[in-house]
Design a protein around this ligand. Structure first.
Ligand code: WQD
Length: 351
């Protein structure tokens, strides 16, 4: 059984990818310092797959502790590197936290990848590398504009670090540029657990709908878009997760024609914030209490993917639509609302 190391395996996209890898016959270990996650999703993985995976609670910024994990697991075939902070707004407020965490972690993982000759590396990148695109939808060769946030800048720098590493050490890597991952596993055993006040749209919607937050704000309604609110490409987290398994197999089966290949992971549909809210209201039957507010620094106006390359080269078939995303997100919010006690004890919760 091929062993895969997933960094950030206790997190939102990481946990969903661990499930997909296990369901596709891989052995999985995780490194996650649980600074923004906990064991709740690990238990959820076990409920879905009946497999308890080992998580090494290690800060990837600590090289010696990270290296020790590789020494204990000499048979790693591939690495999927998720571990990073990812809130656009927070990165604008705390840039050094983002540069230190996201880049030092990546450099340490790549140093171990080199020392232990791990052949396959999948990097969790983001559509934020495109900045405010000149034209949409964006393809993988669209110009990378200046990142609108420090978060986006860490992804642009991260991609460059991976590309330079691969070139120097004759390795292979795939950069996966996620658009907006949302929703939860249909079993409601795993989903998104925002730490503190939700920064992202869909958890803000579901926490507002369940009454955890009194109201939510639409950040900006005078953008040059069809209804004045920002356009994003929402994609179900399970579709994103399966794309990681496909990307790994693409490398293992030597299907890549260059050392580094890049794929957009988006649905290919642009949806405005107000349209997303209305889709949620339709699916949940709940009227959302939201107000129209000021723009959020760091936001791009509109972006969505041309996903032809991932659909053809990786044979990636998207299964979930916007209603599925909103329905699974709502089912998950209801579930963790009931489980609130357990979630707060098992997960790192910042106030
Ligand atoms: C979406 C839209 C907000 C909250 C995310 C991830 C990032 C990357 C790209 C993967 C924006 C608006 C939000 C709220 C709102 N993905 N909004 N009220 O900023 O596109 O970035 O996707 O790497 O990691 O963070 O996502 O959900 O924060 O915002 O109006 O309470 O919703 O202004 O227009 P974003 P988001």
């Amino acid at each position: 059984m091929k062993k895969i190391l997933v960094t950030g395996g206790c997190g939102y996209i990481g946990a969903h990818t661990v499930v997909d890898l296990l369901e596709n016959g891989y052995e999985v270990i995780s490194i996650d310092d649980n600074s923004r996650s906990g064991t709740y999703l690990l238990d959820g993985i076990q409920k879905i797959t009946h497999t308890k995976i080992k998580n090494y609670k290690v800060d990837l910024k600590n090289f010696d502790e990270t290296r020790a994990v590789f020494q204990e697991n000499e048979d790693i075939t591939g690495i999927i590197h998720f571990a990073a902070y990812k809130a656009v707004g927070e990165s604008v407020e705390q840039p050094l936290l983002y540069y230190e965490n996201n880049l030092f972690s990546l450099i340490n993982i790549l140093k171990c990848t080199k020392e232990f000759n791990i052949p396959h590396f999948v990097f969790s990148s983001s559509c934020t590398v495109y900045g405010n695109p000149d034209s949409i939808p964006v393809t993988e060769t669209s110009a990378e504009k200046k990142a609108e946030s420090p978060y986006g800048a860490t992804k642009q720098m991260g991609e460059r670090i991976v590309q330079d590493y691969v070139k120097a050490h004759e390795s292979n890597a795939i950069l996966l540029r996620y658009f907006n991952p949302v929703g939860a596993h249909p079993t409601t055993f795993i989903g998104e657990l925002p730490v503190g006040k939700p920064q992202n749209l869909v958890p803000a919607i579901t926490q507002c709908a369940i009454g955890k937050i009194k109201e939510m704000t639409v950040y900006g309604t005078d953008y040059p878009t069809r209804d004045g609110s920002c356009i994003r490409d929402y994609i179900h987290v399970c579709d994103i997760a399966h794309a990681h398994t496909l990307a790994l197999e693409f490398l293992i089966n030597k299907k890549n024609t260059s050392a580094v290949e890049i794929f957009n992971l988006g649905s290919g549909n642009g949806v405005t914030v107000l349209e997303a809210i209305h889709a949620f209201e339709k699916v949940s039957g709940k009227k959302l209490n939201y107000k129209l507010g000021l723009k959020r620094p760091g936001d791009v106006i509109a972006i969505y993917a041309n996903n032809d390359l991932a659909r053809t080269a990786l044979n990636w078939n998207i299964k979930y639509d916007l209603d599925d995303m909103m329905r699974t997100a709502w089912d998950w919010e209801i579930k963790i609302h009931k489980d609130e006690e357990l979630v707060s004890t098992q997960n790192h919760v910042l106030n």
